[in-house]
Design a protein around this ligand. Structure first.
Ligand code: MTE
Length: 325
């Protein structure tokens, strides 16, 4: 199903790279100064309540209204917001599930831009405020399955990645889409531990990236994304293990060759490029047949492609998914 956008972003709003870099240097210095006084005040209302702190006065964290609910949504029970925030993987803030909640307040999410480069006719930069204004946001309630064996049901807010990609006009050589997370040790204390080859990167095949299920998320539970979950913009690919859903994206690069991701570079035998949820292919260290839904006691069966086989199985027809795991 095709998700339509409200309006097209005029080419004039895609800033040329040179002008952007100068502007960003200036804005970053202003923000760094302001940030010291703003820490802790930037949480949106529900999120602040879930964390047990005062609600936000930050107007950049405006809630979303009148969201259309995507037909892709599941009607399974939602994972409570407090769990989504406090049980997170965001290694730039530490490796414990609760580390993002403790440390991610230091992430500065305004100003924020996403640079699109590589095999595109019109490389350029989009500001998050333009994205929030110009793309038609909808609510998509997706099942999420982590390679570690737990799962959640999250009411994401966002729009299809394909909508963003087409604005930059991919060339015929564009076969893969690579993503980069911000890498700033000032804001991300976990970066001082060289456990991974930072920055966090991920990649999809072009047809996966353009699939209507593939979401760029800017919010959850009706408000803009909590820092813990990848503010201000992250990827959500619900039929793949969670590590493909890269957080806090600053750059997108369209390539001809298949790129490495942070996890395939770290341990290719443990983390495949495709990372499709597949109960038939065990992780070398554990089975993937079952999962524990966060908040539930009993384990449940893991479904092929995380239950999205009807929509995505055809992307992999003829492929040996034991080899291309
Ligand atoms: N993105 C970045 N930049 N850094 C990370 O450590 N962890 C990944 C993914 N995206 C990660 C990331 C993993 S392992 C998972 S399971 C999901 O984020 C978790 O998303 P959630 O914390 O919002 O549930």
């Amino acid at each position: 199903m095709l998700i339509k956008s409200k309006t097209d972003i005029p080419a004039s709003e895609i800033t040329p790279q040179s002008i952007y870099q100068e502007r960003r240097r200036f804005m970053q210095s202003v923000v760094n100064t302001a940030f010291a006084t703003a820490v802790g005040l930037a949480a949106p209302t529900w999120v602040a309540q879930a964390r047990g702190i005062a609600p936000s006065t930050d107007t950049t964290k405006k809630p979303f209204f009148d969201l259309k609910k995507s037909p892709f949504s599941t009607d399974e029970t939602l994972t409570p917001l407090a769990k989504i925030i406090s049980y997170a993987n965001f290694y730039e803030f530490g490796t414990d599930k609760s580390d993002p909640m403790t440390h991610a307040h230091s992430l500065v999410t305004r100003p924020w831009t996403i640079e699109v480069v590589g095999e595109v006719e019109k490389p350029g930069i989009l500001d998050i405020e333009n994205i929030l204004r110009d793309f038609a946001m909808e609510e998509r309630i997706y099942r999420m399955r982590c390679i570690e064996g737990w799962s959640m049901v999250i009411p994401w807010i966002g729009f299809s990645l394909s909508e963003l990609i087409k604005r930059f006009q991919p060339t015929s050589k564009a076969k893969f889409v690579q993503f980069f997370t911000l890498s700033d040790p000032q804001q991300m204390p976990g970066l001082k531990y060289k456990i991974l080859n930072w920055p966090y990167t991920e990649a999809l095949r072009m047809d996966e990236a353009q699939h209507p299920l593939t979401l760029l998320s800017v919010g959850l539970y009706g408000e803009q994304l909590p820092n813990e979950n990848g503010a201000p913009l992250r990827l959500v690919v619900p039929w793949k293990y969670g590590f493909k859903s890269i957080k806090s994206i600053v750059k997108i690069n369209l390539t001809e060759q298949q790129p490495q991701s942070i996890w395939t570079a770290y341990a290719p035998s443990l983390y495949g490029f495709y990372a499709n949820v597949n109960p038939q292919v065990p992780h070398p260290r554990w089975s993937q047949k079952k999962e524990r839904r966060i908040g539930e006691f009993f384990k449940r069966d893991t479904l092929m492609f995380n239950g999205y086989a009807e929509q995505v199985a055809s992307l992999y027809s003829g492929m040996d998914l034991k080899k291309y795991y």
